[in-house]
Design a binder for this molecule. Structure first.
Ligand SMILES: NC(=O)c1ccc[n+]([C@@H]2O[C@H](COP(=O)([O-])OP(=O)(O)OC[C@H]3O[C@@H](n4cnc5c(N)ncnc54)[C@H](O)[C@@H]3O)[C@@H](O)[C@H]2O)c1
Length: 251
């Protein structure tokens, strides 16, 4: 029988961090279109409420939680909320992330700490809490949103590139630890994707970036979401510990 994403993903319980906007929200849309049961977490309750309404209109069951991924107590409450509601977590997408760019010599310690906290410690805390649930189930898919910057480095992003390189290394280790329990752990490293994070770039910077992208366009959030769907599906069952670059051929 031909493979159908809908049959594979329908009813699966998906937890997406930073799901109220940008790439995380698009990932939530793709899963909603495939009739998953979705929990999004983010910082702002009003944004979450609005996003959840949209996902429900697409036909998904959706709940949300205002959770700061840096706070272990809030993270545990988030995972408990999902398990209380649906009894399991099939797919975790660690997407929440921030930037605080500056050249190394001008970078403030607090900007280093903030980026490492959300982008790396946040991934650790949510993964640790969800892994305990998935280990009992003996199944699960964990997808970490890293960045090409974690592979190639980028001027002005010492904190961000260190955090994303850390996410890629974390992915490899956790994949090895959880493999025997039927849990796949992979990362996606997007290139430059059209979201609020990249909106702030000047036309000149965008033009310069474009000259390094063989496919000659910035990525769409949907490009990342589609890769996420693949890594969440049974099509990728024999893939773990990997990082897929979604960057138009840039790296
Ligand atoms: N946009 C790009 O070009 C690009 C490229 C590579 C990687 N990424 C990565 O993709 C992910 C999503 O980025 P985006 O472009 O959609 O950014 P975005 O800023 O539009 O969305 C990020 C979301 O994460 C949430 N968030 C931030 N801190 C949080 C916290 N402590 N707890 C919970 N939620 C928090 C924000 O409120 C926001 O809704 C990030 O991890 C980012 O590093 C983005």
């Amino acid at each position: 029988m031909a493979y159908e994403f809908s049959q594979d993903i329908a009813g699966k319980v998906v937890l997406i961090t930073g799901g109220a906007r940008g790439i995380g929200r698009e990932i939530a849309r793709v899963f909603a279109e495939h009739e998953a049961r979705i929990c999004i977490c983010d910082l702002n309750e009003a944004d979450l409420q609005e996003a959840c309404k949209e996902l429900e209109a697409l036909g998904a069951e959706c709940i949300y939680a205002a959770t700061n991924v840096v706070d272990d107590k809030q993270v545990q409450e988030l995972v408990d909320k999902v398990v209380d509601k649906w009894g399991r977590v099939d797919i975790l997408v660690n997407n929440a992330g921030i930037t605080r760019d500056n050249l190394l010599v001008r970078m403030k310690e607090e900007d280093w700490d903030a980026v490492l906290a959300v982008n790396l410690k946040g991934v650790f805390l949510v993964t640790r809490a969800v892994a305990k649930v998935m280990m009992k189930q003996r199944s699960g898919k964990i997808i970490n949103i890293a960045s090409v910057v974690g592979v190639m480095g980028n001027v002005g992003q010492a904190n961000y590139s260190a955090s994303k390189g850390g996410v890629i290394a974390f992915t490899k280790t956790v994949a090895k630890e959880l493999a025997s329990r039927g849990i796949n752990v992979n990362a996606i490293a997007p290139g430059f994707i059209k979201t609020k994070m990249t909106e702030v770039l000047s036309e000149e910077v965008k033009a310069r970036l474009m000259s390094n992208i063989p496919l000659k366009r910035l990525g769409e959030p949907r490009d990342v979401a589609n890769t996420c769907l693949f890594l969440a599906s049974s099509l990728s069952d024999y893939i773990t510990g990997q990082t897929i670059l979604v960057d138009g051929g840039m790296v």
